[in-house]
Design a protein around this ligand. Structure first.
Ligand SMILES: [Zn+2]
Length: 355
């Protein structure tokens, strides 16, 4: 079992056998033997491994094993196999820490994901997805208002959201998967601006909602995108702000809307086309303008700060305050050095939301 854990931590750290071996002054062969469990590492080696891999020694002995299933990547190109393994291992590690936390802090806070009853069963056009998004907003009591914190909204409804750094080439956007008996898991890159993260999250929510409801001939990717737009910036709210028929839009209007709804200017422009606020011609004209001015794939307007996952950390500090866990367990669950946790508890850490 330890071998498996060493290998997983090595992938999570993005290290080859040789790179890890060099760091701790052993041969690649020796590490490989540990991973295949032909040899059991002693405590001194485990300590060195833990340091090099950025985990605590307890990590190697953890018994909760999480396995991601039905993994679907959202990416802009081909991800390297090593990057996939790294992301996978990181997600599984974070999910295992969740499981551990649930053990020490049981309660009704980890709600099961369920879609509201009565959602339309058959979608025969993309337009119908507008209604679906509104129905979900209603059931979740979001009204037509902008969603301030999408991660929080999803977590509150039983979707586990994990953020990971991703790959160096910036290809990875996010992924969806299930784990632990069918719980939906959505993963999003932690470094992306808020609007890009939010679209990814809403897109993945879209898959959960539209899957199995689409009539033949409707592409699920397109449906998930339409859902994302409709969920983030509901039709009626846009009609109210922009009007239902326009000759053209000023980019500044969209920049103001971006700040309000947390959706990119380009996404809003698509949306205005989808909702026929703009004619096909007007839409083409505006895209043409963006292309000619090199603005097509640029961030327009102020970037939105990335969203944060807070629930997990909140629950750890709660368990700590209630005396259900000690400093050392809290540090392990948070994945931070004990000394850092102690500093944070005394308000001496640079970032109070340390990862
Ligand atoms: Zn998708």
């Amino acid at each position: 079992m330890i071998g498996n854990r060493i290998e997983r931590a090595r992938h999570a750290a993005g290290l080859s056998l040789r790179a890890l071996a060099e760091q701790i002054g052993l041969s690649a062969m020796a590490i490989s033997k540990y991973e295949r469990e032909e040899v059991t590492p002693g405590s001194d080696v485990l300590l060195r491994l833990a340091r090099a891999l950025g985990v605590r020694v307890e990590y190697f002995f953890r018994t909760e094993e999480v396995e991601l299933k039905q993994v679907e990547y959202r990416k802009r190109g081909e991800l390297k196999a090593a990057d996939k393994k790294k992301i996978h291992a990181d997600v599984e590690d974070q999910l295992e820490r969740w499981l551990k936390l649930e053990e020490v802090l049981p309660g009704d806070w980890s709600q099961e994901f369920a879609l509201p009853k009565g959602l339309t069963g058959h979608i025969s056009s993309l337009e119908q997805i507008e209604e679906l998004a509104l129905a979900l907003r209603d059931a979740w009591q979001l009204g037509h208002n902008p969603i301030l914190d999408l991660i929080d909204t999803l977590e509150e409804h039983g979707i586990r959201v994990i953020t990971v750094v991703g790959d160096e080439d910036d290809i990875f956007d996010g992924l969806s998967a299930t784990c632990c008996g069918g719980m939906p898991v959505v993963v999003v890159g932690s470094r992306w601006p808020g609007d890009r993260q939010r679209f990814t999250l809403a897109h993945e929510l879209g898959h959960l909602v539209v899957h199995g409801r689409l009539n033949e001939g409707i592409d699920e990717e397109k449906a998930a995108n339409r859902f994302a737009g409709a969920f983030l910036a509901p039709r009626d709210a846009l009609f109210k702000t922009l009007g239902s028929k326009r000759k053209l839009l000023e980019l500044q209007e969209l920049i103001l809307l971006k700040a309000e709804y947390g959706m990119s200017v380009q996404g809003l422009l698509y949306r205005a086309g989808d909702l026929n606020i703009l004619s096909q011609n007007a839409r083409k004209q505006m895209w043409g303008f963006l292309r000619r001015n090199g603005l097509y794939d640029k961030e327009l307007g102020d970037p939105l700060p990335p969203e944060q996952t807070r629930l997990f950390k909140q629950r750890i500090y709660r368990a700590l305050a209630e005396g259900l866990i000690g400093d050392s367990k809290a540090a392990e669950l948070l994945g931070m050095p004990l000394i850092e946790l102690r500093k944070c508890r005394h308000m001496e850490c640079p970032s109070h939301a340390a990862d």
